[in-house]
Write a protein of this length. Structure first.
Length: 197
């Protein structure tokens, strides 16, 4: 006797982008903790070494260069790229995303503007959200406030951020991050509205 088919409503794909330093990770952590939807974070694959405090399969899926390139050759990634010219690759594996969606989960991808474009080509109905700092000046202030980067790295990050902010009108929703609590709440409301549509 076979198991009866359960009528699971497929989940939705949510793409979240925003410049480095805008607070995406903190906002998403709050969103996952407070929003009632079945949100699941997509775990990126990377060739960079695991750092202290990171957990394999939770922080990233750590792959060797050989494993990563094999996946690339097999078209297993929804998107992938070499980041910041450091020689490390990052990517979103297709299989966990498609499986999660079939199970009724809402899969949240935190990816850059370029990656978002590649995923949208395959999932044109994805909900796209851009977390905005309000202005480039505000982002500069936040990045300098962290005190973790050299002037050269800061300049490069701001250059990339400028390009990303220019791409923000292509997103369905733009949310300005003035407070983590409010931004997470606003994104949850947008997603709850999307659930009804």
């Amino acid at each position: 006797m076979t198991e009866p088919e359960t009528n699971v409503v497929p989940g939705k794909l949510v793409i979240v982008s925003g410049p480095s330093g805008v607070g995406k990770t903190t906002v998403l952590r709050r969103l996952f903790a407070t929003c009632t939807l079945p949100l699941v974070e997509s775990i990126s694959a990377t060739t960079r070494p695991q750092r202290p405090g990171e957990t394999a399969g939770i922080s990233y899926r750590y792959l060797t260069e050989e494993q990563f390139q094999k996946h690339r050759g097999n078209q297993d990634f929804l998107e992938c790229c070499e980041v910041f010219g450091y020689g490390h690759w990052y990517g979103t594996l297709r299989e966990p995303v498609t499986t999660g969606l079939k199970q009724g989960n809402w899969i949240v991808l935190e990816i850059d503007v370029e990656g978002a474009g590649k995923v949208l080509n395959q999932y044109p109905d994805a909900i796209t959200i851009f977390i905005h700092p309000g202005s480039l000046e505000e982002l500069d202030r936040r990045l300098r406030g962290r005190g973790t980067e050299t002037e050269e790295v800061l300049k490069r990050r701001l250059e990339v951020a400028k390009h990303e902010l220019e791409a923000s009108p292509a997103y369905r929703h733009i949310v300005i991050n003035q407070s983590v609590e409010q931004t997470a709440h606003d994104i949850c409301q947008l997603l709850l509205q999307a659930e009804k549509s």
